[in-house]
Design a protein around this ligand. Sequence first.
Ligand code: HEC
Length: 211
Amino acid sequence: MKCGMKILVVLLVLGGLGYAFYKHSGFFLYDHSPMQYMPNMHHTRVLIPQRGYDFFADGAGARVPPKGSLAREQNPYPYTKETLAEKVSRNVNPLPATKAVVLKGQHVYNNVCIVCHGSLGVGDGPIVPPFSKPPSLQSEKIRGFADSQIFHIITVGQNVMGPYAQIVPENDRWAVIHYIRAMQRAYQPTTEDLKAFDQLTTKKNEGTTAP
Ligand code: HEC
């Protein structure tokens, strides 16, 4: 290779490395006059939360919603924690007890309630103790409660059990009640339940037994 050729190759390699450094190192990125590609995105006309705004009498940019306004899909709940569940109106569950709804309820129960109330609802969840033992969901009291009375306890809480309205959306609360009902029926089945269960299992086993 001729000497001139060698110099050319070295220059090309150095040039390439230099260009790569300029492009990718970020070394030349921050100069004293940053370019704003879309200044309207930096200097938006939208009010910035926590920043003042002279237009309003109180000088605050963030506004308090007008009294009585509701967020979308937020249903006001008329009772408070002080209202006893027994005093709540005995409304019916707005959700039908379909398989999908009961399975949704099971999902909620297993994720939220089971740690205290246990897999059968008798109050033997894995964190009891140290958490105080809840009364059984299989009791005559809860069996006799209307769904809306159970809904009330989940929504606002009861004594040491906190409210679950923030974690469990309204429909999931109704769904978990259907699951509690299913648990109650599994725990203390009626004669009809047992008959239906027998029919179901014989149907399932048909063809599996020898003739
Ligand atoms: C951190 C533990 C804990 C979790 C989680 C929990 N509970 Fe409770 N629950 C309790 C305790 C403790 C009580 C008893 C409160 C009292 O002293 O009145 C209770 C009471 C209840 C009662 C009333 C029982 C009665 O006889 O008065 C119902 C119904 C109930 N819980 C349903 C639920 C449902 C449904 C969930 C899930 C969405 C849930 N709980 C989640 C601990 C819990």
